[in-house]
Design a protein around this ligand. Structure first.
Ligand code: GDP
Ligand code: MG
Length: 184
């Protein structure tokens, strides 16, 4: 499968944007992807773009990750809407409020996508899967079915991971975003 994005370059590039409520683990996921390590405390107000040389499907690609920190949901989205080649919309499976926050992001992104061709792919990502022990009995936790249904409604891919568990599941999601990213 081709991973050529943007203009013809010696090394293709792919810009990923992580969105979601504060505290859902965007920075922990970003750091895990970049360093294979789980950093439990990360500056909650730090927004930055990180770059990593990756091999996806045997091809080199420069992956840039924008780790956002919106405090009020999808406002001032201009900085990432046209920059992104793919979006990862993250919630925490143990915080229903963060799942509701994702719905706002997905609405904003799908409105934006209507004006764009080809559309920018979106992955819905439930994080903190290590906290799923009480999921069946707790109404504040988000079930896998809830996640799947929301993803189906907006036509997104869906994964559940944990930033503090194995690196490969996290890497798989980021690489899948690269695979799905828009190609010219
Ligand atoms: P952000 O605001 O979305 O960037 O969230 P952070 O990455 O700063 O994480 C918020 C809090 O959740 C921190 O205390 C992290 O240690 C914790 N956290 C992040 N990912 C996970 C995870 O997968 N499992 C658990 N148990 N905690 C996590
Ligand atoms: Mg953060």
């Amino acid at each position: 499968m081709s991973v050529m994005f943007g203009k013809a370059k010696s090394c293709p590039e792919c810009n990923l944007v992580l969105l979601g409520a504060m505290g859902c683990g965007k920075s922990a996921l970003t750091v895990k992807f970049l360093t294979k390590r789980f950093i439990s405390e990360y500056d909650p107000y730090l927004e930055d773009i990180y770059s990593s040389e990756e091999i996806v499907d045997h091809q080199p690609v420069t992956v840039r990750v924008m780790d956002t920190c919106d405090q009020e949901g999808p406002v001032n989205c201009e900085r990432y809407l046209s920059w992104a080649n793919a979006f990862l919309v993250v919630y925490s499976i143990n915080v229903m409020e963060s799942f509701r926050g994702c719905q706002l992001y997905l609405k904003t992104l799908s409105l934006h996508n209507k004006t764009f061709s080809p559309q920018t792919p979106i992955i819905l990502l439930g994080n903190k899967l290590d906290m799923d022990r009480y999921r069946l009995v707790s109404p504040v936790q988000v079930s896998q079915c809830d996640g799947e249904a929301l993803a189906a409604h907006f036509g997104c891919l869906f994964f559940e991971v944990s930033a503090c568990r194995d690196f490969h599941s996290v890497q798989h999601v980021f690489h899948e975003a690269v695979r799905r990213a828009k190609r010219d």
